[in-house]
Write a protein that binds this ligand. Structure first.
Ligand code: AMP
Ligand code: GLY
Length: 422
């Protein structure tokens, strides 16, 4: 079997490492991959958003199965195009990826089906949004309708911040047409949990829960980033809460998508907030999370490729998905200054025996050396019997990896450790 993973980040490195363990796969490719993924897969130059280019490569190379990892190509319909060319692929079709591609769609969808989420209003006109904000409860959250590199949600603590957010999205169009429509929603409070799930459109199997750390600095200070570290499982996600989420959120979502003629096949990401009124959906994503995947897949004991194919073929109910009863922690090592501005091009030193635990996000090969090429450079993950041990081991690994300008949070998992004592 020849399998291709589309994408180039730490998440894709985790997918590649997990797929590499499958006895069913003979050759593994990544497009475009990166300098670290190149150790584990054959990297092919190209652009992950170039649908005709990816289809042409897959056809010419005789690829048997494609895993489309990032949001953009999924929302643009890459899985549909591959299938039309006779190549099965993991990921939702375009008409189901809209669950992430349009916040207005996903909010209206949840309202239609009684799935718990923050109360909201939709605006297509900046003046109307601004006049609504005159009396709206504060804090509030302003969100671009479309994809915005993970930066389209602005939590506004004051009325002025909320107005600025509206102007940024709708008037300055910093995310282009993604800001043509916006959602203004109720501010929720409570611990956040990510639950990735496998689904074939009928059956839904949640993976082990996880906790992201989105802010750049310790103590959850600083700007929102793509994610500075993760732990799994998430201690706030008790078996009782899991059961409630299954019945009020996961099953109703999958059923309603099917009933609307948009069966979702692939990895459905539930971003949840455990509010005092129960678990509510913050957002859906139509793909694996980054860096959640870097702690979830190392705990997966079943063969990832078998599970993915079962999702594509509608056979998930007959497939075992088993996770280790252990803990995983991932610390992201970034370039200092991320997410605003940072220098790149610095050589990386990674001891050979650490590579099993390294997920490269932003590094490329230059003159036979691996050099930094992005804001988030890599993640290091450790799996141990307890969260405390996993965190100690992940931080010990960061101490053995070096590059100029390296920055990482020192408090990944601190809140999770405290929650365990509560
Ligand atoms: P999103 O891009 O929708 O995942 O939002 C990014 C982050 O903003 C989330 O992880 C939350 O921390 C925060 N957020 C989004 N929506 C809300 C909300 N309604 N209430 C409070 N915080 C929110
Ligand atoms: N870690 C958040 C995301 O993947 O969207």
């Amino acid at each position: 079997m020849k399998v291709l993973v589309v994408g180039s980040g730490g998440r894709e490195h985790a997918l590649v490492k997990s797929l590499k363990k499958s006895p069913l796969i003979d050759s593994l490719y990544a497009l475009p991959g990166n300098g670290g993924i190149a150790r584990d897969a054959i990297c092919v130059p190209g652009n992950a958003k170039d649908i005709p280019g990816v289809v042409a490569f897959a056809k010419s190379e005789g690829i048997d199965y494609v895993v489309v990892a990032p949001d953009d190509p999924l929302v643009l319909g890459m899985v549909d195009a591959l299938e039309e060319a006779g190549i099965p692929a993991f990921g939702p079709h375009k008409n189901a990826a809209i669950l992430e591609g349009s916040k207005v769609f996903s909010k209206n969808f949840m309202k239609r089906h009684g799935i718990p989420t923050a109360a909201y209003e939709v605006f297509t006109d900046a003046d109307q949004a601004l006049s609504y904000l005159e009396t709206a409860p504060i804090p509030t959250v302003v969100k671009a309708d479309g994809l915005a590199l993970g930066k389209g949600a602005i939590v506004a603590m004051t009325r002025e911040e909320a107005r600025d957010a509206v102007r940024t999205l709708m008037c300055d169009k910093v995310f282009g047409s993604s800001g043509d429509q916006i959602v203004i929603e109720e501010f929720m409070e409570g611990p956040e949990v990510t639950v990735l799930s496998f689904t074939d459109g009928q059956t839904v199997i949640p993976m082990v829960s996880s906790m992201d750390h989105k802010r750049a600095h310790d103590g959850d200070e600083g700007l929102n980033t793509g994610g500075m570290g993760t732990v799994a499982p998430n201690p706030y996600y008790t078996p009782e809460i899991a059961e409630r989420c299954m019945n009020t959120i996961f099953l109703p979502t999958v059923k309603a998508m099917r009933e609307e003629g948009r069966p979702f096949r692939g990895c459905l990401y539930f971003g949840l907030m455990l509010t005092k009124d129960g678990p509510k959906v913050i957002e859906y994503n139509c793909r694996f999370g980054d860096p959640e995947t870097q702690v979830v897949l190392p705990l997966l004991e079943s063969d990832l490729f078998t599970v993915m194919k079962a999702c594509t073929e509608g056979k998930l109910a007959e497939t075992e998905v088993r996770f280790a009863e252990k803990h995983a922690a991932c610390v992201i090592m970034a370039s200092d200054g991320y997410p605003v501005s940072y220098k790149k091009g610095f050589p990386l030193t990674i001891p050979e025996d650490a590579w099993d635990h390294v997920y490269v996000a932003g590094a490329k090969e230059e003159g036979g050396k691996l050099v930094t090429s992005g804001g988030r450079v890599l993640g290091v993950t450790a799996v141990r019997d307890t969260l405390k041990e996993a965190l100690e081991a992940a931080y010990a690994l960061t101490g053995r990896i070096s590059f100029e300008n390296a920055y990482y949070r020192r408090d990944i998992g601190a809140r999770a450790l405290k929650a365990r004592e509560e």
